[in-house]
Write a protein that binds this ligand. Sequence first.
Ligand code: HEM
Length: 155
Amino acid sequence: MNTTAPARDLEGRAEIEQLVNRFYTRVRADEVLGFIFDEVAKTNWDTHLPKMYAFWETVMFRSGGYTGNPLAAHAKLVPLTTMGRAQFDHWLSLFRETVDELFTGPKAGHIKNCAADMANVIYARINDVPDPRFDPANLTPEQKARYAQYRAAAE
Ligand code: HEM
C-alpha cells in the first residue's frame, strides 16, 4: 500500500476538476451510489461534471459562478430511491477518501468539512428530519470558528 501523503493542496480550478473527475469515477463504480446517478436520475455526465466543477469552485474560492439548487436536486430523488443517512455517510466517506488520495493541507481539510456540513443539511432537509448536527446549539468549536470566518468574509 502506498502510504505517502500527497504533497500538494487544492489551489484552484485545475485541482477542483481533478478531484471531481476522480470522485465521480468512484461514485459511478460504487454499488451503493452508482445506480442512483446512472439509473434513477439518468445523469447526463457532460453537464453534471462541469456543474460540479462550478459548484466546488464557488464553495472554495468564491469564483465558479454556480447558481443551482442542490436541495431541490436531491429532494426530487427522495420518492424514487432511499436517500438516508447511510447513503450520505457513504457518499462522504468516498469524498473524503478521494480528497486524501490527491491532496493535503488546509484547503483539503476545508473541502472535507464543507462536504460534511452540506451532507448533514441536505440529508436533514430532504428527509424532513431534525439532525442534531445541524442544530446551532450543537456546533463544534471548529464549526463555530469556521462560520464566524464566513460571516466576516461576507461583511
Ligand atoms: C447520498 C448522497 C448523494 C447522492 C446519491 C447524490 C446524487 C445526486 C444526483 C443524482 C444529482 C443530479 C444529477 C443530475 O443532474 O442528473 C445530484 C446533484 C447535485 N449534488 Fe448530489 N448527491 C448526494 C450528496 C451530495 C452532497 C453531500 C453534496 C454537497 C456536498 C451534493 C452536491 C450536489 C450538487 C451541487 C448537485 C447539482 C445540483 C444542481 O442541479 O444545481 N450531493 N446529486
